[in-house]
Structure formats: structure tokens, C-alpha cells
Design a protein around this ligand. Structure first.
Ligand SMILES: [Zn+2]
Length: 143
């Protein structure tokens, strides 16, 4: 019984959905609870709630997390590639514009949406919340 409860999400009405890891739902912009609804209304704008299961997305606040991941894991290799191109080939300026601009666009803008979706889904699956001072104070003084 406990294993089954750990394997499903149950909402207030009692409807149940199988739990899925964040990388299977959020990366594709799908609702972390039902895997059918959508997280985004635009490219990076979050919906208020899931249009299928009604999950309230007010918990979702990845803040600058997507930008940090993009900078660390995508943008830095892109810039290194552009610098290595200059060091190894010393191409004319137009080659840098023709190669460097698309590389920077591909390594900065395109990964933002899947990473943001993954972080939102991870917030839901791990029940992560920003630590408020009242909760922190209660935890610190609850001995
Ligand atoms: Zn949903």
C-alpha cells in the first residue's frame, strides 16, 4: 500500500496520476503531475495552472536557475569554441559573425525552455520551496 502511494500523485479530489521523474515531463514542457497539460504559455512564460489536471503552478519559481545552468553548461563551451576558432584558424570577422552568432544563439536561447521546465518539474517532484524566514526560524527553534 505504501509503495503504491509513493508511486502516484493524488490531488484533493482523489484523482491519481503515476509519478514521473522531472526529466520525463518538464524538459518537454509538460505538467509534472499529469504529463498531459502544458507548463508554458509562451516561450518561457509559465501558465497559472495545468489545463488538464488543474495543478496550480504558483509553487513554480525557478528564478535565475535556468540562466545559471545555461551559462555553466552551454554558454561557456560555446564561447570556448569561438575563442578556439580564433586561436586555431584566425578567420576574418565575417566568419566569426557567421559562426559565432548562431553558436551563441543555439547555446543560450534554445536550452532555456527545457531547463526551466525541468526545474519547475523538479520543484514539484521534490516539493522544493524557498525557505522563508518564518519556516527557518520555526525549524531552528523547534528543539
Ligand atoms: Zn497537469
Amino acid at each position: 500500500m505504501t509503495e503504491q502511494n509513493d508511486a502516484v500523485w493524488t490531488d484533493q479530489s482523489g484523482q491519481r496520476w503515476p509519478k514521473r521523474p522531472a526529466h520525463e515531463t518538464g524538459v518537454f514542457g509538460r505538467c509534472p503531475r499529469c504529463n498531459e497539460g502544458h507548463i508554458f504559455t509562451g516561450f518561457l512564460t509559465l501558465r497559472d495552472h495545468c489545463e488538464v489536471c488543474g495543478l496550480d503552478y504558483s509553487f513554480a519559481d525557478p528564478a535565475d536557475g535556468p540562466a545559471v545552468f545555461v551559462q555553466l553548461f552551454a554558454c561557456v563551451p560555446g564561447v570556448i569554441f569561438i575563442l578556439m576558432l580564433e586561436i586555431m584558424a584566425r578567420p576574418p570577422l565575417w566568419v566569426h559573425l557567421a559562426v559565432g552568432v548562431p553558436v551563441l544563439i543555439l547555446t543560450t536561447i534554445l536550452p532555456m525552455r527545457p531547463i526551466k521546465g525541468w526545474l519547475v518539474a523538479a520543484q514539484f517532484t521534490t516539493r522544493a520551496q524557498e525557505a522563508g524566514t518564518s519556516a527557518l526560524w520555526a525549524k531552528l527553534h523547534d528543539k
